[in-house]
Design a protein around this ligand. Sequence first.
Ligand code: NAD
Length: 395
Amino acid sequence: MIVKPKFRGFICTTAHPEGCATKVQEQINYVKAQNKIEGPKKVLVIGASTGYGLASRITASFGAGASTIGVFFERPASGKRTATAGWYNTVTFEEAAAQEGLYAKSINGDAFSDEIKQQTIDLIKQDLGQVDLVVYSLASPVRVHPKTGEKFNSVIKPIGEAFSNKTVDFHNGEISEITINPATEEEIQHTIAVMGGEDWHFWMQALQEAGVLAKGAKTVAYSYIGPKVTQPIYRDGTIGKAKNDLEQTAKTIQAELKSLDGSAYVSINKALVTQASSAIPIVPLYISLLYRVMKEQNLHEGCIEQMYRLFDDRLYAAETPVDEEGRIRLDDWEMKAEVQDQISKLWSQLTTENLSDLSDIEGYRKEFFQLFGFDQSEVDYDAEVDVVKSIPSIV
Ligand code: NAD
């Protein structure tokens, strides 16, 4: 099949296996070129196929030599449809891990369900005995509650009053003013149910009860704060309420892990182009400016650089520095005054006409296409490619 990008809204419905392979290999090469991490040995990554979760799995595996089990929700190729990018990413990841003799197995299914939790526990028992790190990196628009069967949909909306600001359609570079109406109380509660801490807590309880957490086990989930310009839509909005809940849950889990001498952290990561962040209005325009300013100041990082720094400098450093709320801050460079002051200055000047000059919209677009395996210079996109690929551990 010849595979080209096809869009439905901000979602690309096709993925290119060779382009995805190239991107994963680049991340593996990055980690292999760094110092080895004295880190975890047996790792469970929930949300392991794209974005921050995939970068965490690559870091654990190729940076610390860990055995990894990855859980995700992806689709294999069927008929005329390609597989999803996360499927192809995992094919490459598992093949590369096998070449280096690193254990890697994956479970494809709904991580919110009791069945997938049980399947994961059974696999840990069978192959690893216990895990010493659990990374929780899910980003999902929906969750079916495992106890009640209720279906929750998350929304990205402000709370209290409508919010207007600039946003960009990165396909055509057009900047427009967008107004987002405030969420209802039910929408707030639904968003917390999907993206808050309950499911992370369920995972940790299930793993601990099953006796598959090692002494001293750590767990980390990812959150975001961000600047003033995105505050009404992000941190003060529905998703921010869910993140508050996630951050509170870290404290509950920390208390429950006491008997194991374990620890639970939330890491506040940098804003980056991922499938999840491209769905949020206003944020892609902010990221285009952020990339421009951080690249100029030699501070730019992608998912893999962030995750290497998380493992090497934070989670497995002699001490794990945290802020006054107990959170790991990997957004320290993003939130530097010299970065944010420059962004505020540029934000007010942005128009469709000067977008390419003032921002890194090209860099944003390129990274977005690369999430799906496109826009890689070494791949021939006019050539036929076999889209049916098997993840070695999934039969
Ligand atoms: P992503 O969309 O790249 O990855 C989401 C992962 O979750 C994928 O592996 C996907 O398969 C998996 N997933 C989704 N629903 C699932 C389900 N029901 N069952 C099993 N797996 C499922 O997202 P990301 O941007 O890497 O986000 C990961 C976390 O990092 C989120 O908590 C997000 O809020 C946080 N974060 C993201 C950013 C950013 O800018 N992208 C910044 C800070 C924090």
